[in-house]
Design a protein around this ligand. Structure first.
Ligand code: EPZ
Length: 433
């Protein structure tokens, strides 16, 4: 396993190009199996989760071939089975987005339940509710979702849950509905840009969809879909992470290949915190010249402040003079990063699903452990400003969602490198868990 070693104190300055969106590319790769011919996808990020999805698709018979660094050719013609086994699905929760395409294409699906993860329980009741509303017969047995879609037909589906809309449940039902006879209307659908991007790809394949990006999506089922060429949208969470890196180090960071509107809630909060941000075409520039100001944050479904930026915002508030409160409304247990940030000298306490952060002038470098994708990013950000050396262990969490993060940060002037863990670290780090 590798670790990332950072020596804090460098102001970041320069330009960084944002990669394709992980959370768009994953359902789009799954959707490509629904076509009767190959698709070509561009701006696909080179990430572990993408590799995992391609392996799962390969197991089902869908051949994914890397054409250039970030383009993939997906050929569905070898699709020969509809069972996604536990040993593959457990590696990546987003495999649940195979349910809809398999039901749409095969009218059968057997997909392992994804299980929980460190950010909290990851139920799929809304996925099951939505697909059942299309008259799919669904059983959960021996840890698998077993679905029979032979008598599916279009219907009205309400997809709102306790925490608002569900992104992948919206994706699953929308994909299944594209090949289900009749008209399906999704109420309280997720509005995330990744859902819009998936719908754009499905429409290029011949799907009849309208309303994507709103809470009401209408799909008219087709009998078949054809392969299409599509460029994945930029990753708004990667982009927000680099903006916060610039704000934390008091630098000037230009991020290229980004959709300003996808990031509006984050930009709004960073401006409230004292950052100067301007945008033109597909570039956003942040300058942090004034002292940071504390802000309170509540995570909400899009277009609200994204939960996937919560940990990174906490790192920023950890070094901002004053008291701030960050409330997590999407995953109330998504606070694994608090204890590790406190090891770096932060002063954060948890009151229910709200974190109270007392900003400190200085953090001090230490050995910390990554736990989930975005928590890992927050530790890297904190290491950029902590005095001395910070070592972030278990960086495989990072590699799931950030393409070459240490290279991109080094290009901005960070003193950062990726090194293999020593034999002794491999043992002790494992023991700590
Ligand atoms: C997607 O997960 C993203 N992952 C997550 O990003 C992101 O945090 C999340 O959306 C929210 O924006 C991918 O797109 C691969 P949800 P998803 O269903 O679709 C509850 C990252 O770091 N819920 O929108 O699985 C759920 O527990 C990852 O890139 C139900 O109750 O999330 C949560 O509280 C982490 N029942 C809330 O809804 C369900 O059937 C939102 O979850 C489904 C979800």
């Amino acid at each position: 396993m590798d670790k990332i070693v950072i020596r804090g104190g460098q102001k970041l300055s320069g330009s960084v190009r944002i990669s394709g969106a992980k959370n768009s590319a994953l359902p789009i790769l799954a959707a490509a199996m629904m076509a009767d011919s190959p698709s070509i996808l561009h701006n696909v990020p080179a990430l572990k989760d993408i590799q995992t999805m391609m392996e799962v698709l390969g197991f089902l018979g869908v051949q994914c071939e890397k054409m250039e660094p970030n383009s993939v050719r997906v050929d569905p013609n070898g699709l020969h089975q509809f069972k996604a086994p536990y040993n593959l699905v457990r590696r990546m929760r987003a495999s649940v987005s195979l349910l809809g395409p398999l039901l749409g294409k095969f009218k059968r699906a057997v997909v392992s339940m994804p299980g929980g993860c460190v950010i909290g329980p990851r139920p799929i009741d809304l996925h099951i509710k939505g697909l059942s509303a299309l008259n799919a017969k669904i059983q959960v047995e021996h840890g698998y979702v077993v679905a029979d879609g032979t008598s599916m037909r279009g219907s009205d589906v309400f997809l709102g849950g306790r925490f608002g809309s569900s992104v992948l449940a919206t994706a699953n039902v929308m994909m299944a509905a594209c090949l289900t006879p009749g008209v399906t209307t999704l109420e309280s659908a997720a509005c995330e840009p990744e859902i819009v991007d998936l719908a754009q790809f499905l429409k290029k394949m011949g799907a009849q969809i309208e309303g994507e990006g709103t809470h009401v999506i209408r799909i008219e089922g087709q009998t078949s879909l054809k392969g299409a060429e599509h460029t994945v949208i930029p990753d708004r969470i990667e982009a927000g992470t680099y903006l916060i890196a610039g704000a934390m180090t008091g630098g000037r960071v230009e991020i290229q290949n980004v959709h300003y509107r996808h990031l509006f809630a984050v930009i709004d909060k960073l401006r409230e915190a004292g950052a100067y941000i301007e945008s033109r075409q597909d570039t956003i520039t942040l300058r942090q010249e004034d002292p940071l100001k504390v802000v309170d944050v509540i995570t909400l479904p899009y277009p609200g402040f994204p939960t996937d930026m919560q940990a990174q915002m906490m790192a920023l508030m950890s070094i901002t003079d004053g008291i701030s409160v960050i409330t997590e409304k999407i995953y109330p247990e998504r606070f694994m990063h608090i204890s590790e940030l406190n090891r770096l000298g932060a002063k954060i306490s948890l009151e229910g699903s709200s974190a109270v952060i007392v900003g400190r002038k200085k953090l001090s470098g230490a050995q910390v452990m990554a736990s989930d994708l975005r928590a890992s990013a927050a530790l890297i950000l904190a290491g950029l400003v902590a005095e001395g050396e910070t070592q972030v262990h278990r960086v495989y969490h990072l590699d799931r969602g950030y393409e070459r993060i240490e290279e991109k940060l080094r290009k901005l002037g960070a003193d950062i490198e990726r090194v293999p863990e020593t034999q002794e670290e491999k043992v002790t780090v494992g023991e700590e868990l």
